[in-house]
Design a protein around this ligand. Structure first.
Ligand code: ATP
Length: 227
């Protein structure tokens, strides 16, 4: 479970990114986070893996209070959380396989486990036939699928996706959401920020709207039922 209690984020330059956020996200939920540009969606996601630290309030992830976590304990938290970004963040000089394997090697897994986990993750996203391709030989949708494989390869409980479809056309966007929904069916908590209202129409999921750094609405099935 992820639990925010009175969470605020004031950046060093004085800008308020988040103000008094209270929310509980159960394990196994699929949550869309929507809101206009600058609303605080990325700030909200960055709190969960300590990419940014809250300046007020408390955040618990699977029972652990993370706002005052020492920097030595952050890697352990991050191993529970897979992150997917809008711009894929793939390493250009590495193949599809190497991009996923590299992330697993970096946490010190043995070679055989790296191989198995990388192949399993790439198979799950349908890229087992493109292991030796380089990112610039792939479509945007395929590149994002590599990034998802990298995020899930070590079997995290939680997936955070910050505008993962922001650079993709509608068909590829749907495909990415379908992969995230499949991962959610397998038990993972998925939190996805998006600008794209069209994409979430008809999706039977909880939708949280953030505006001016606060939670403006939190609809368990509202979007689905009203649209
Ligand atoms: N590192 C930072 N330093 C200072 N201000 C920041 C920083 N990161 C974000 N902000 C500010 O915090 C507010 C919320 O930004 P955030 O990136 O969380 O919004 P967002 O909803 O994700 O926007 P977008 O949809 O455009 O990505 C904005 O006013 C932004 O300028």
């Amino acid at each position: 479970m992820i639990e925010f209690t009175n969470v605020s984020k004031k950046y060093a330059n004085g800008v308020i990114g988040l103000h008094n956020i209270n929310i509980q996200i159960e394990s196994g939920e699929f949550l869309f986070v929507i809101g206009p540009s600058g609303a605080g969606k990325s700030s909200f996601l960055k709190m969960i893996n300590c990419q940014e630290k809250a300046t007020g309030g408390e955040i618990k992830v699977n029972g652990i209070e993370i706002t005052r976590l020492s920097r030595f304990k952050i890697p352990k938290l991050r191993r529970q959380i897979g992150v997917v970004f809008q711009d894929f963040k793939l390493l250009k000089k590495m193949t599809v396989y190497q991009n996923v394997a590299f992330a697993l090697e970096a946490i010190g897994l043995p070679k055989e486990e790296v191989r198995q986990k990388a192949l399993d993750a790439l198979t799950l996203v349908g890229l087992e036939g493109k292991l030796l391709f380089y990112p610039n030989q792939l479509s945007g949708g395929e590149q994002q699928r590599v990034a998802i494989a990298r995020a899930i390869a070590n079997n995290p409980d939680i997936i955070i996706a910050d505008e993962p479809t922001g650079n993709l056309d509608p068909d590829n966007s749907i495909q990415i959401v379908n992969i995230l929904k499949e991962l959610n069916k397998q038990g993972k908590t998925v939190i996805m920020a998006t600008h794209d209202h069209e994409l979430i129409f008809g999706q039977d999921c909880r939708v949280v709207t953030i505006d001016h750094g606060t939670i403006f609405s939190d609809e368990v099935r509202g979007y689905y039922e009203n649209n």
